[in-house]
Design a binder for this molecule. Structure first.
Ligand SMILES: C[C@](O)(CO)[C@H](O)COP(=O)(O)OP(=O)(O)OC[C@H]1O[C@@H](n2ccc(N)nc2=O)[C@H](O)[C@@H]1O
Ligand SMILES: Nc1ncnc2c1ncn2[C@@H]1O[C@H](COP(=O)(O)OP(=O)(O)OP(=O)(O)O)[C@@H](O)[C@H]1O
Length: 295
């Protein structure tokens, strides 16, 4: 039997970063939004867990035991006290270290695919706890849709969205390291008092009514300042997107991908073409549901 999980990338519509906690992580309040750009993770029975990687970003992805899909499958086998293994194949269409949680998508895909392959039917709450142990973004990668994340990002509450939203992702050459971006933010605000993180109610209201004009004024990412300090060229990308008609643009997560809000699908397509013709690789995406699993 072969099980295939298709797992979306995420963007953060709002990322409010609070003080550093005693475990070294930052307290967050964020709005995660799964978008229509997917990695695929397939699993077949094998004696041990291993991975091979294909697709446009294969050469930037580790194919050894540091691969998050391998770590996820092993963690699941340990939790279930299984000796089973799996040959995992990851098709990477989500760029690596891009602020789109591609590694987290692969970890979630491996959990879902191996849970089905090994016939475990593990309850969602236990899968989610395992996911949190693998990375702060992995629980959201399991559930998808749109959700407020708190804690270090692993505590989730679904958020209703009243209609279709259209986004354009502008990809950058080369990734940014998430820990480095958080460290740079700490340096930049070492002389400031950091308030508790919060998601404004107006943002949730704008999502619920799919009011793109209101939403445009409410997109925000506290990590953007740090990502721009590490990669100043992102400032040019953000300006280019706005000049080409985006309602708003921010850096996604820890960057360097920039995400632009478009008024509708046609404007999103035009914006992606405009960015591409000025030399920035870009793609129009829309909100999407949870990961899908098939055999
Ligand atoms: C930037 C975001 O993508 C926004 O959703 C996430 O906060 C990052 O999530 P992630 O990549 O799954 O992060 P993890 O693998 O859990 O942690 C990587 C590193 O990011 C930093 N980190 C992450 C999450 C958090 N709440 N505070 C942090 O300071 C820490 O330095 C940590 O060592
Ligand atoms: N399956 C995987 N896919 C991508 N990266 C992986 C994978 N397994 C391990 N990694 C490592 O994880 C690191 C982060 O990769 P990822 O693509 O998840 O970053 P990111 O999108 O910036 O994450 P986030 O948005 O969650 O901060 C990379 O440096 C990469 O070497």
């Amino acid at each position: 039997m072969k099980v295939i999980a298709r797992v979306p990338a995420k963007i953060n519509l709002m990322l409010s970063v609070g003080p550093v906690r005693s475990d070294g992580f930052h307290e967050l309040a964020t709005v995660f939004h799964a978008v229509s750009l997917y990695d695929e993770v397939s699993a077949v029975h094998a004696d041990a867990v291993s991975v091979s990687v294909s697709g446009p970003y294969a050469e930037h992805t580790p194919a050894d035991e540091s691969n998050l899909a391998v770590r996820a499958a092993r963690a699941l086998a340990r939790r279930a006290r299984l000796r089973s293994g799996a040959l995992l194949r990851v098709h990477k269409a989500i760029p690596v270290a891009a602020g789109l949680a591609g590694g987290s998508a692969d970890a979630a895909g491996a959990l879902l695919a191996c849970d089905r392959l090994w016939g475990l039917r593990m309850p969602e709450s236990r899968l989610s706890a395992l996911a949190a142990g693998l990375g702060s973004d992995v629980p959201f990668a399991l559930s998808g849709g749109t959700a407020v994340g708190t804690g270090r990002g692993e505590r989730l509450r679904p958020v209703p969205v009243g209609g279709s939203l259209h986004w354009v992702l502008a990809f950058a050459d080369g990734g940014l390291s998430t820990p480095e971006v958080y460290r740079r933010l700490d340096d930049l605000r070492s002389d400031r008092k950091v308030p508790a993180p919060a998601v404004p109610g107006e943002l949730l209201a704008a999502l619920s009514s799919a009011d793109v004009d209101a939403l445009a004024g409410l997109l925000h990412n506290d990590l953007q300042e740090a990502a721009l300090a590490l990669r100043p060229a992102l400032g040019d990308t953000l300006r280019a997107g706005r000049e080409l008609g985006a309602l708003a643009g921010i850096v996604s997560g820890s960057g360097p991908t920039c995400v632009f809000l478009a008024r509708d699908g046609v404007s999103a397509g035009a914006l992606a073409v405009g960015l591409a013709s000025s030399g920035t690789c870009a793609s129009a995406v829309a909100v999407t549901g949870p990961a899908t699993i098939g055999t």
